[in-house]
Design a binder for this molecule. Sequence first.
Ligand SMILES: Cc1cc2nc3c(=O)[nH]c(=O)nc-3n(C[C@H](O)[C@H](O)[C@H](O)COP(=O)(O)OP(=O)(O)OC[C@H]3O[C@@H](n4cnc5c(N)ncnc54)[C@H](O)[C@@H]3O)c2cc1C
Length: 444
Amino acid sequence: MAAQHVVGIIGGAVAGSEAAALVAERGALAVVIEQNHRPYGKIEDGLPRWHSALRDKEYGRIDENLGRDNVLFVPGTAVGRDVGWDELTAELGLNAIILANGAWRDRHITSVEGIDRFEGKGLVYQNQFVYWFNHYHEAGYDGPRFEVSDGAVVIGGGLASIDVVKIINLELYARALRERGVEIDVVELEHKGIAETLEENGIAQGDLGLKGVTLFYRRRAEDMPLATTDDPKPTPEQRAKLEKVRLKILDKVLRKYLVNFEGQTVATGYHEENGRLVGLEFHRTALEGRDVTIVPGSAFTVHTDLVVSSIGSIPEPIPGVAMRGELYGFASWDTGELDRSRGVFGLGNVLTGKGNIKDSRKNARDITGRILDHELGLSGAGATSEAVHAEARGEAEAVVAEALARPALDEAAVERVRAWVRRRWEAVGYGGDYAAWMDRHRPG
Ligand SMILES: Cc1cc2nc3c(=O)[nH]c(=O)nc-3n(C[C@H](O)[C@H](O)[C@H](O)COP(=O)(O)OP(=O)(O)OC[C@H]3O[C@@H](n4cnc5c(N)ncnc54)[C@H](O)[C@@H]3O)c2cc1C
């Protein structure tokens, strides 16, 4: 064994696995620390499961990246829980640490004081909800369970909230159809669309007596970030075009999946019965530029058994990692630099929330491409997947180059890292064979 550069990567999904592959290609050693048994992150748990072809393709790419020589995969190991930040940064002496641990914490509703006490009692946050949808059908699923009820409310406006409203209506209508003897799986229903499926079966929407889900958004439909432009200052023509695309996307979702929409509304209060959330109070909003204000005297109540909040995801804090507000305290959002002196950088969704810089716009456009592809048949899914990986790779290039510019770890230091990895492998029962481990951890 010789001196070698060693890079620690937290999270093994799209961003982490691309960084790992790059490190390995450059002849250095990548140690990928992943909290779950399976490394697929948002691909498995955030992207709704009807995207099965995209999911399989992404699984393949991640497997290829993590199965390479010079990539040491350390599953079942959460930084902050099983490994302390100091242990990682100070004791192992790695050349760099890349935070590629995504954005798994839901942004909380701040417009309704005290609403969080209803979590699990009528209020659900999006990440858990999509996780449930993606996994509840698996044998041995022991995560949270949710009952989808008619008249559900979703608070949101972004792409993820579109996924959430679709999940709710797919569950609702599949159940109603089954009760009428029409056996249909939610994935099949998603592909065909609810409206078309009802029509094919000679059922009118009114026959089922369902109201369906309603999406509440604080701005107008044409302001929803369902499509974005690369241009930070679009011309009036570009802006008009963008708004038209957004309306088209939303309209398609509303018609195909029988979703209701209430724009320019903000939740301001709640109604409670026996400790459960049974309704929300909303106000209408007025818009002036970027400012959203409440219209006095415009309050109205919506009774519901289920509120799903889908207003954005942010990184989970890791004890020891500097924060700035609810985000990691990056010194630069462009480079993902968190602590240059210790070689700590962020990649991928941990940089979510950075707002309006180029990469996030690019990312949003790529993801919109998927929606466009799916809802409107406008673009190719292959290209969007390529773009997401290329972007992750591009972000990783600069970070890896910086890590490799530092002095390599000497033989003894590399062996200390390898010994640490072996101890973690023993603790979780990983034998060092990535393919064999993944075979053992396929969902039922
Ligand atoms: C074409 C395409 C379209 C997509 N569209 C959508 C979409 O519409 N909606 C959506 O939600 N996603 C979508 N995705 C998936 C996702 O948003 C992207 O893959 C994105 O790049 C996120 O990747 P990531 O690696 O940064 O984060 P994640 O996929 O979140 O991966 C982070 C990993 O870090 C691990 N981790 C977290 N904390 C710790 C810790 N403390 N210690 C150790 N490990 C930890 C997690 O378990 C996870 O595996 C899409 C992906 C593609 C390719």
